[in-house]
Ligand binder design. Structure first.
Ligand code: AMP
Length: 464
């Protein structure tokens, strides 16, 4: 996962990119970077950590020019190092090119081995650099032609931004796995992983970039071309379930509204007698509100998250953990004591979080803890950029629901059905199916069925 943002034709390009990256911070906390272009002269600054740690006012002021792209990184392929921080920048026969990528290439390993055998030298371990090499080797002076040709060789998920000497190019993979939206701010065009960044900078949403579409923004305005002639929409459902911000809209659906609906459906599928419903902050609050509304049980803030724990947070030692030092999350004793609690979480991956929260609620006096998960069991890895780890680490890949219940210590446990999840998208699904004759969403982490081929060699490198 990562967040990307781009802006063209604005005298405050870098400053607005900085604010937009702030809005996209939830998509990656490991590094942040901005590259600006001042009539073909490129300026860049990037660093490890949060946007607020990486940029100071004077650094933003030094990023001159009316066009910029920015990136926040959450590493899936490639170690977390400054070298891998994006945007990447390179010079080639077609001029300067900066690149920011959200997604994961599922044949990067294979392509990289091929390129290395032919003499290419890589500076990073990130899959994104493979795209840069392919562009440089494509041999066209026109950057969009080079981008188009190289994308034909790449498989996987990509919402990518390219800043060339005199244009900004935005592309989305043929399945539209990762979100990417287009907006307008006075005379400038903006592109963002999520629409919440448009609200932050006062831009207006125009439309989503279509799967397999390349948008070229230059001094003449905006043009659209197809990178792939057979787009088959498979937008990641996990963006709605966990990853995206609730105030963002993806493909016309508001993330909070979808989560609330998932919670309602969960209440219909897995009702239980209880006194209060609570959600694990922040990503499960919308689903918990939906569950409570449907079940007619009061929704309460039973768990509180400390928002000020950053990267430098020192994990408490085992001894302190045992003594109950709970800095990240705490139960509200007065809310849960003596109550039968329904605890909603959006997903169980390894099973660690749910187990900890169940015991926290019991220690705070809850008489019963019923866990309800607003997505189906995660049984398969994600190869497209969500860090849900290798199959063996996914608790639902080897344990039954009853075994997981026992593992997390809940009184009862129920997941939303796949059918229930997909029904939530039904109206939208209908519209997409008509246009593209396809399923509309990627739910590979729940089913093991993926919208692209995944090269065996790459499979191993992606499952860390
Ligand atoms: P686990 O403790 O491994 O079962 O992870 C489940 C918890 O992590 C849930 O509370 C989710 O909200 C959250 N979560 C789900 N997917 C991810 C992810 N890719 N990265 C970080 N947290 C996640």
């Amino acid at each position: 996962m990562c967040g990307v943002f781009g802006i063209y034709n604005n005298s405050k390009a870098a400053q607005l990119t900085y604010y937009a990256l702030y809005a996209l911070q939830h998509r990656g906390q490991e590094s942040a970077g901005i590259i600006s272009s001042n009539e073909g002269k490129f300026h860049h600054h990037k660093g490890l950590g949060l946007v607020a740690d990486v940029f100071k006012e004077e650094q933003i002021a030094s990023l001159e020019g009316k066009a910029a792209i920015g990136h926040v990184r959450y590493s899936t392929t490639g170690a977390n190092s400054l070298q891998n921080a994006q945007p990447l920048f390179f010079k080639y026969q077609g001029g300067n090119l900066a690149l920011a990528h959200n997604g994961n290439l599922v044949n990067a390993h294979q392509l990289r081995s091929h390129l290395e055998r032919q003499g290419s030298i890589f500076q990073t371990t990130s899959d994104t650099e493979v795209a840069a090499h392919l562009i440089a080797r494509a041999g066209y002076e026109n950057s969009e032609q080079s981008v188009k040709e190289s994308l034909g060789m790449i498989k996987g998920s990509y919402a990518m931004l390219f800043l060339a000497d005199n244009k900004l190019i935005a592309v989305r993979d043929p399945n539209g796995i990762r979100p990417l939206s287009l907006g307008k701010l006075n005379g400038s065009f903006v592109v963002s992983s999520e629409t919440c960044a448009f609200d932050t900078i006062g831009a207006t949403f125009l439309r989503d970039v279509e799967p397999g579409e390349m948008i070229i923004i230059d001094q003449d305005g905006i043009r659209s071309e197809r990178v792939s002639s057979y787009p088959t929409q498979a937008t990641c459902v996990f963006e709605y379930i966990y990853f995206a911000r609730p105030d963002s809209d993806i493909e016309g659906l508001n993330v909070h509204t979808v989560r609330k609906q998932l919670g309602k459906r969960l209440a219909q599928e897995a009702p239980i007698e209880a006194d209060v419903v609570t959600g694990v902050p922040d990503s499960s609050i919308s689903a918990a509100i939906g569950y409570a509304e449907e079940a007619n049980i009061p929704y309460e803030l039973g768990l509180i998250k400390n928002r000020y724990i950053g990267r430098t947070f020192i994990q408490p030692s085992q001894e302190l953990r045992e003594r109950g030092v709970r800095l990240k999350l705490n139960a509200v004793r007065k809310v849960v004591a003596g109550k039968r609690v329904v605890m909603i979480d959006d997903s169980i991956v390894r099973g660690t979080t749910s187990g900890r929260i169940v015991s926290m609620l019991r220690e705070a006096g809850a008489t019963e803890v019923h866990v309800r998960i607003s997505s189906p069991p995660v049984t398969h890895p994600c190869y497209y950029g969500i860090d849900t780890s290798a199959k063996e680490e996914l608790i639902a890949s080897s344990k039954s629901i009853e075994e997981i219940r026992e593992h997390i210590g809940a009184d009862t446990l129920a997941y939303l059905s796949t059918e229930g999840m997909l029904d939530t998208f039904k109206d939208r699904l209908g519209a997409i199916s008509e246009a593209t004759q396809c399923c509309g969403y990627c739910e590979g982490c729940f089913s093991g069925s993926y919208p692209t081929e995944i090269i065996e060699q790459d499979k191993h490198s992606l499952e860390r």
